[in-house]
Design a protein around this ligand. Structure first.
Ligand code: ZN
Length: 231
């Protein structure tokens, strides 16, 4: 098992990353529990969502709201978190979609977002960055884009391509590809981030079967987890 993370965020003491497929299908809650036990993170302190490819974010600013969120009988329908209290974390599930991590200079506020092409087309990564600023993020914002389907594999039809900025659509041999990475960096820079502060390695979920589940490649419902946890 490997955890794909950003050294800058690790150095701030925030445990986070995207977990490779060896840890199992993370739709299974028992696999999640096993993983967090292994990492010595309390599994019941990692908040979960019912993802709907929308543009809603859940904001958790203190211990009480985290506990209240965790006590809800059903998972909240949303696609990302902005989270502050220590001792809590949040997660998203992906199998080609982009796990977007955001934090401020002191990691007072952290965000983790599930951004598939629909979420990106709805500007979800940018909304998360703007919301963090409105909530009083301290200083500069930084971002890390975890493993996701890259432009090499993300072929789309015209109806999808036309929902993106033309700069992020590639035409090649009569085919169309969307560069989600580039589009997210574009959106984040519009929200005031320096593109140099966005770490976006070219780890392609679709192109690396050893490490990642990919819906595009295998058409299965298996997913990897991404999480962020402030001890
Ligand atoms: Zn690829």
């Amino acid at each position: 098992m490997k955890i794909y993370s950003d050294p800058r965020l690790l150095s701030l003491g925030i445990i986070h990353g995207t977990v490779s497929r060896q840890a199992g299908n993370m739709r299974e809650k028992t696999n999640q529990e096993k993983l967090f036990n292994q990492l010595n993170i309390p599994a019941d302190k990692i908040l979960r969502l019912h993802q709907v490819h929308g543009d809603t974010l859940v904001t958790i600013l203190d211990n009480a709201s985290a506990q209240k969120q965790q006590n809800q009988p059903a998972l909240t329908q949303a696609d990302g978190w902005i989270i502050r209290p220590a001792g809590w974390g949040a997660s998203v599930l992906t199998a080609d979609c982009v796990p977007v991590f955001l934090w401020d200079e002191k990691a007072g506020l952290n965000a983790i977002v599930h951004a598939g092409w629909r979420g990106v087309a709805q500007f979800l990564p940018q909304k998360a960055a703007r919301k963090m600023k409105n909530l009083g993020a301290k200083g500069k914002l930084y971002a890390y884009l975890g493993p996701h389907i890259q432009k090499c594999c993300f072929e789309v039809q015209q109806d999808t391509a036309c929902q993106f900025d033309p700069q992020c659509v590639i035409r090649q041999n009569g085919k169309l590809f969307v560069d989600l990475t580039k589009e997210i960096i574009r959106q984040l820079s519009q929200a005031g981030l320096d593109p140099k502060d966005v770490y976006a390695p070219d780890w392609c979920t679709c192109g690396n079967k050893e490490q990642f589940f990919s819906y595009r490649r295998d058409h299965l419902r298996d997913v990897q987890i991404s999480f962020i946890y402030k001890p």
